[in-house]
Design a protein around this ligand. Structure first.
Ligand SMILES: NC(=O)c1ccc[n+]([C@@H]2O[C@H](COP(=O)([O-])OP(=O)(O)OC[C@H]3O[C@@H](n4cnc5c(N)ncnc54)[C@H](OP(=O)(O)O)[C@@H]3O)[C@@H](O)[C@H]2O)c1
Length: 284
């Protein structure tokens, strides 16, 4: 059995990855206390003792708002922590799969689905730190697979950690009869975490580099929310989802990803539903 070290195994993605793959891989899932990624000695010690074949690096400060308020902590965990994991992976000969984010595209002005080869200049702390981490981990371990993940959701799963997310926010609003605003000037993929977890092992075999990893979506976030609400209620014109025309006044925020590169590089194995199809699958 392949030995997979998962950092951030208690988090939203990590807990689901461990649950899905624990019978098929030997999973090493140190808690934050056992292996703090900001402490290079503890990361190297853990890796040298356990000798994983693959390191899936999910540990991070994933809350963009928190990173904006605490840039130094974000840098320590999201950049220096990632470098520590890359150094230890290189030393023990493990393949590193690093989770980056579609937020690296948030300064771009292009429309349509964005590819990995375009120049990026993110406008927030989280996006800038993820971009720097991508560049530095690839400098340390050129075989690293850096995955630019989109906003993820899950339907309610008892006992699993969750964040406020697109699906839960809308389901809650429908239940409580409260209104929610979604930006018209924003385009982004929104992905069912189950698909991310299911397809992740295919990323172990990709050549080193940066890959988008999630659902494509050509609808703006307001339209996506309306279509999802219609799916849940059967009503075309709902009174729950309102358009927000004010958000992102400087430029349309388009962080919608193209999945062509990972799909081609994996021989077609990495293939996500688009956002609407994924929402339909998750509701089945
Ligand atoms: N969720 C999304 O929609 C989304 C979208 C795009 C990209 N991503 C990226 O995908 C990855 C996984 O996200 P997620 O949503 O699963 O994150 P999450 O739920 O916030 O979990 C983060 C994990 O990192 C651990 N951690 C934080 N600081 C640590 C440290 N210094 N040492 C060791 N462990 C530490 C946390 O452990 P404790 O709780 O014990 O501190 C937790 O297990 C992250 O890199 C995130 O940036 C997520």
């Amino acid at each position: 059995m392949k030995r997979i070290l998962v950092t951030g195994a208690s988090g939203f993605v990590g807990s689901r990855f461990v649950e899905r793959w624990k019978g098929e891989y030997t999973i090493l899932a140190p808690g934050h206390g056992e292996m703090d990624i900001t402490d290079v000695v503890s990361v190297e010690r853990y890796c040298m003792e356990t000798v994983p074949d693959v390191v899936v690096h999910l540990a991070a400060i994933s809350n963009t708002w928190y990173c904006e308020q605490h840039p130094e902590e974000s840098y320590r965990v999201n950049v220096e922590g990632a470098c520590n994991v890359a150094l230890a992976s290189a030393r023990c000969g493990a393949k590193l799969v690093f989770f980056s984010s579609d937020q690296v595209y948030n300064g771009n002005r292009e429309s349509g689905l964005l590819t990995e080869d375009i120049a990026v200049a993110p406008e927030n702390v989280y996006g800038r730190h993820k971009l720097e981490a991508e560049q530095r981990v690839l400098g340390i371990c050129p075989e690293t697979v850096a995955l630019r993940a989109t906003w993820m959701y899950d339907t309610e799963r008892e006992g699993m950690p969750t964040h406020a997310n697109f699906v839960l926010n809308i389901a809650h609003a429908i239940r409580e009869g409260v209104q929610l605003r979604f930006p018209v000037r924003e385009y982004r993929g929104i992905t069912w975490v189950k698909e991310v977890v299911e397809l992740l092992p295919h990323a172990f075999d990709l050549p080193g580099g940066v890959y988008n990893f999630g659902a494509e979506n050509l609808l703006n976030t307001y339209e996506t929310a309306c279509r999802y609400c219609e799916m849940l209620t059967g009503e075309k014109n709902n009174a729950i989802i309102l358009p927000d025309h004010e958000r992102y006044p400087e430029h349309v925020r388009n962080i919608s990803i193209s999945m062509g590169k990972a799909n081609r590089a994996s021989g077609g194995a990495i293939r996500f539903h688009d956002t609407l199809e994924g929402l339909r699958e998750a509701e089945r």
